[in-house]
Write a protein that binds this ligand. Structure first.
Ligand SMILES: Cc1ncc(C[n+]2csc(CCOP(=O)(O)OP(=O)(O)O)c2C)c(N)n1
Ligand code: SF4
Length: 349
């Protein structure tokens, strides 16, 4: 029964503002291959939710199909969860978020799940600005079905069997920027110092927050010739470090002028961006697209918070959806009778 986690935890584990320890945010023991990047992302999500003191029962995890989409089993075992059909997580997330806008939604997907079968759904999730954090664990292959190239595999990348990929890879961060996503970031599963604050910032953002995470598949795409292996990714990372300061904490950190940009999120939390390039403005979509493209052209992987729209309006706001979750409304509110129906119909004539 190795898949059952031991219940014992050190009695002095630190607790968060709610009195929970990190163990309260654990899931089941992972059955993914040892060393898979996806497990590091699961740990980063767990730590981010613990540090941001989000009650586990106020979180809903949604996913599609793939090794990546299995990840929600391995974190937040006390949260709501829905493991959907391949590529169809966006419709489930959209419906859930409209029915209950009070939960924190975390979507986990793969590059196959998002960039091939789920592409049509993904693009509409961005267009509608659904209030959720959407993480793609990007390994450039279909891990669960034994390592075929995915649509994000880079041109010229060599598969484990020696075949050279003849197609241009889809850059999901560029696509999200182009389609108008209100929060776009990129990171690496092996960089928890960057990934955790990014996930915390994404959860504090009102609207669709996209994080493309390079997450090596140790079994099928970690050899020389692969552009998504641990060694290749580490060699080509171009990082924009950042800190996340939650709303209730005093901002103590100080950085030299010209090297830091502070961004305040909707919930009052602040992100400090330490910029290597002082021209980079995180709220300038065109600049973000140029920077990502320039890095791609030079074979670098630009990571960090690439773009954020501080005035983002999420789907619930655009549609003026009821502020209370539907399951909390009583019969009278759900069926207000023919007089109200008539007045609605009159208003539409
Ligand atoms: C409708 C449908 N088509 C195909 C499959 C087979 N399938 C399962 S997972 C998968 C791709 C997984 O790749 P990715 O989303 O990148 O996740 P990874 O396993 O690499 O984490 C495919 C094609 C399926 N389960 N359902
Ligand atoms: S096959 Fe690849 S993606 Fe799937 S669990 Fe193993 S290492 Fe991870």
């Amino acid at each position: 029964m190795s898949y059952i986690k031991p219940k014992f935890r050190h009695p002095k584990l630190p607790s968060n503002a709610l009195g929970y320890t990190v163990a309260d945010y654990d899931g089941a023991i992972s059955t993914l291959c040892a060393g898979c990047g996806h497990d590091s992302i699961s740990a980063a999500i767990r730590n981010a939710c613990f540090k941001s003191s989000i009650p586990p029962h106020r979180i809903a995890k949604v996913s599609g199909i793939g090794c990546s989409s299995k990840m929600p089993t391995y974190f937040l075992g006390k949260s709501h969860g829905f493991n959907s059909v391949h590529g169809r997580m966006p419709s489930v997330a959209t419906g859930a978020s409209l029915a209950n806008r009070e939960l924190t939604y975390i979507g986990v997907s793969g590059d196959g799940d998002t960039a091939s079968i789920g592409m049509g759904q993904f693009i509409h999730l961005i267009r509608r600005n659904v209030n959720m954090t959407y993480i793609v664990a990007n390994n450039g292959c279909y891990g669960l079905t034994k390592g075929q190239d995915s649509a994000t595999a880079d041109l010229g990348s060599v598969s484990k069997g020696g075949a050279v990929n003849p197609f241009e890879g889809i850059d999901l961060a560029s696509l999200a920027l182009l389609q108008g996503a209100s929060f776009v970031a990129r990171s690496f599963s092996g960089d928890k110092e960057q990934l955790e604050p990014l996930i915390r910032a994404a959860m504090g953002h009102k609207g669709f927050a996209f994080i493309d995470v390079v997450s090596p598949c140790v079994t099928f795409n970690n050899h020389s010739g692969s552009t998504k292996s641990y060694s290749e990714t580490r060699e080509h990372l171009d990082m924009m470090p950042l800190d996340f300061v939650p709303m209730r904490e005093e901002i103590r950190t100080q950085y030299k002028a010209g090297t830091t940009q502070n961004v305040t999120l909707h919930d009052g939390s602040v992100i400090h961006l330490h910029k290597a390039n002082t021209d980079y403005q995180v709220d300038d979509r065109n600049a973000a697209m140029r920077s990502v493209q320039a890095a791609n052209d030079e074979g670098r992987i630009l990571t960090g918070l690439l773009f954020l729209d501080p005035n983002s309006q999420d789907l619930n706001q655009s549609l003026n959806v009821a502020s209370r979750p539907l399951n909390e409304l009583g019969d009278e509110e759900l069926c207000p009778g023919s007089r109200v129906l008539n007045s609605v119909n009159e208003g539409l004539r």
